[in-house]
Design a protein around this ligand. Sequence first.
Ligand code: SF4
Ligand code: SF4
Length: 445
Amino acid sequence: MRREKSFDKGMYIPHHKEYTNEKNITRLLPYPEEVIIPLNQHIGETVDPLVEPGDRVEVGDKIGDLDEFWSAPVFASVSGVVRAVEERPTGTGCDCLSVVIEADEEQPEFQSSVRKDWQSLSIKELKQLLKENGIVGMGGAACPTHINVSADDPVPNLILNGAECEPFLTCDHRMMAEWADKLVKGAQILFKIIQAQDCFIGIETNKPDAIEILEEKTAGLDNFHVVPLDTKYPQGYKKTLIKAVTDKEPPMGARSAEVGCIVRNVGTTIAIYEAVVHQKPLFERVTTVSGPHTVPEAGNYIIPIGTTVRHILTSCGVDLNNIEGHKVVMGGAMTGTAVNTLDAPLTKSDTGVLLLPEEMVNISGEPGPCIRCGKCVDNCPMFLFPNELSLSAEAEDYHEAERLHATECAECGICSYVCPSLRPVVENIVQAKPEAKKIRRSKNK
Ligand code: SF4
Ligand code: SF4
C-alpha cells in the first residue's frame, strides 16, 4: 500500500479549499483599465524603467531591466500607453517605483512563437532565457530563478513543489490538473539545466486528481516520480518538503543545493516552459481569488501582473461597500500580507487574493504573558523555541535571537496560530530576523 510522505511536527489545519478547488482556470474579465507594474517584484535590486510617460507598449514588451545578476526584468501585462513612472503603494505596505499603463479597450492575445528546438539549447542558453523572461519563484519567494539554478555543478534532485499547503489556495492544484503537459515539459527543461538524476513531484493527498494525472503523464519517464504527501502545514516549505520527499535534512543555515536538491514551485515550472518553448515572458499568472463565502465568483484566474486588488475583487462580484470587518490578504491565509490599500497591484509571486473576516487575519484580543504551555514549541516545524525567540525579540536582544536560530524561522505562523495567550509570536520573530541575520553573517566571516 502506498504511504504518503511527511515531516515531523507542523499541524493539521483547516484547508478551506472547497470554494475553488474545482474551479477551472479562466481569464479574469474584464481586463483592467489600468495596471500598476512595480519595478521590484523579486528578491534583489529594483530594475530601471525602460519607458516614459506617453510611450506606447504592447503586451509582453520589456518595460524595466537592470544589468545586475540579482534582478529580474518586468514586462507590460497589457497593451496601452504609459501614463506615469512613479512611486506607488504595493501589497507589502512599501511604496515602489512603478510603471502605470492605461490599457487599450481591446486587448490582443500575446503573440507567442514556438521554439521547437529547445532541446538543442545549451544549459547556459537556457539559464539566460530564464533571466531574460523575468522568471522568479511564483510560490511566494520571488527569488529570481536564474540565481537558484546558477551552480555549475550538477544537482541530483529536482523537487517540484505541488504541496500548496496554505488554506484557500488552489491555483497550483488547478495548474497541475489542467496543465500537466506544460508542467512536465517545464520540469524536463529544469532537469537539463541542473543536470538532475531524479525529478520528484510532491503533491498533498487532498489533490487526488492532480496526483492521478501526473502519474499518468510521467508513467513513461523513468526518472520522474510523483510523491503523495501528507496534507499537513507547512508541507510546502522548502526544508519540510525536502525532508518529506528525500528524507534529507538540510543543516541549519545550509542551502537546499548543499543537500543535492533544488525545489521549484509548479507555477514557476510552467512559466519556465512558456518562456523557453513559447518565448513568453512572465507578465501574467494564475491566482486564486477566494474567501469563506466572501467572494461570489471565487476562482482561479489568469490575471495580468499589475492588476489592482480593487479590480480583481470587483470583477469577482465583491461589493466593496460591503467589506467592513474584512481584510484583503495577498498570498496565503497563513503567510500572506493584509493590504492597507485596494490599489495594491498583483505581482509575480502573489498566489492568492483573499477576502477574509478580520478575526481570521488578526489575533483578536489583548495578548497576555507567555504561560509556557509549550504549544508553539511542540508544533514548530523548524524545531525552534518560538516562545523564547519571541521574548528575546521583544527585549531587542538580537544576539540571543540569533543564538536561538531566528534566521531558521520559516515564518509559517503556526506559533501565533496556536498560542492561547494570543501572543504575536511570529510577528516578533520576523521583526528580529534581519538583525539576527546580520549577527550570523558577521560570525561566519
Ligand atoms: S518559529 Fe517560525 S518556523 Fe517555528 S512555528 Fe513560528 S513561524 Fe513557524
Ligand atoms: S504558545 Fe504562547 S503561551 Fe504557549 S509557550 Fe508558546 S508563546 Fe508561550
